[in-house]
Design a protein around this ligand. Structure first.
Ligand SMILES: Nc1ncnc2c1ncn2[C@@H]1O[C@H](COP(=O)(O)OP(=O)(O)O)[C@@H](O)[C@H]1O
Ligand SMILES: [Mg+2]
Length: 311
């Protein structure tokens, strides 16, 4: 549904994005994750036809966003970073105005406004002035506007930024519910958010893609090992040496913890060594006080990926 090929955008000598290549399948929810100034907004503005790339191409529903801009735009609903809402219009009037801009005929427009106000929980606010709405509700109006013309593709730029935490949960659920019917690309700099909403994540940093994968796969792929933590009562050096002999163990480190020792074992992926490690400890007559697998969180990966130092 969306395909980009080596998108680049330069401002003079400054590289805003470089070699951005990815694709999104119909009905998929893709997350664009990256810190401030990573190039998320730039990429999204190119996708929506608002900003021409310096080089590279982007296609939406098969239409090039430059060569067939109108056809592409017709299929896109866009919620920009700052939603330009008219504060002196009511919610209904705003959606009505937007529907007219989109060229929706009158009868269908009525129906669609009613539908999107329902979906975005705005029915009770139809006659409220937008200026009187909280930030969270304004975002909902922005979302309602984006889906009004039933676009195949939704581009949402940091849709939950600045919203009251209580409303964030609902907004995320709402966006998640758009998947399947719509193809969604959303940007965020919040890790739990993308792992919660998205099926696939593009991690972008300093204008470049550093990883693309499903949230649950990123950790495995990047580290290539699994980490297990054991709390043991016993002679530390000897314990470490025995653990190192277990097949699949790559590295063992330890530190003193509450009068006992805490061992961190890095093991090759694909084999669950917990039982075997426990067996070794117990067999030696040492005390096994605790054992747990330490998965790598998306946050760890993000830090690892976006850190500037070379490892
Ligand atoms: N019109 C512009 N002129 C010059 N630099 C720009 C312009 N727009 C964006 N940039 C720069 O491009 C980089 C990427 O910005 P942006 O796409 O907004 O990042 P993000 O949305 O990930 O925070 C930033 O360093 C930003 O300062
Ligand atoms: Mg941005």
């Amino acid at each position: 549904m969306i395909e980009t090929d080596k998108l680049c955008k330069y401002y003079g000598d400054f590289v805003a994005i470089e070699d951005i290549t990815f694709s999104v399948k119909k009905g998929e929810i893709l997350g664009f994750l990256g810190p401030n100034a990573a190039g998320k907004t730039t990429t999204m503005r190119i996708l929506t036809g608002y900003l021409p790339p310096s080089s590279g191409t982007a296609r939406v529903a098969g239409y090039d966003v430059i060569d067939h801009s109108l056809e592409a735009r017709r299929r896109i609903g866009y919620m920009p970073e700052t939603v330009p809402l008219y504060t002196d219009m009511t919610v209904y009037d705003y959606l009505n105005f937007y529907g007219a801009l989109r060229g929706i005929d009158r009868k269908r427009k009525e129906k669609r406004i009613n539908t999107v106000m329902g979906l975005c929980h705005l029915r009770d606010y139809a006659d409220t002035l937008i200026g009187k709405l909280s930030k969270g509700f304004r975002q909902r109006v922005g979302l309602a506007q984006a889906i009004l013309h039933e676009p195949d593709v939704l581009i949402l730029d940091e849709p939950t930024i600045g919203i009251d935490p209580r409303q964030v949960v609902e907004t995320r659920q709402l966006i998640k519910s758009f998947g399947g019917e719509h193809t969604v690309v959303l940007s965020s700099h919040i890790l739990p958010e993308v792992s919660m909403i998205c099926e696939r994540v593009v991690i972008i940093n300093e204008g470049r893609i550093v990883a693309i994968d499903r949230p649950e796969n990123l950790s495995e792929r990047l580290r290539g090992s699994e980490r297990i933590q054991l709390d043991v009562r016993g002679p530390a050096a000897e314990v470490a040496s025995r653990l190192r002999q277990v097949k699949g163990v790559l590295e063992v480190s330890w530190e003193k913890a509450d009068g006992n020792f805490r061992f961190v074992v890095d093991a090759r992926l694909g084999r669950d060594l917990r039982e075997e490690l426990a067996g070794v400890i117990v067999h030696q007559g040492w005390g096994l006080l605790g054992l747990q697998g330490l998965g790598m969180t998306l946050e760890d990966i993000f830090l690892q990926l976006t850190t500037k130092e070379e490892v």
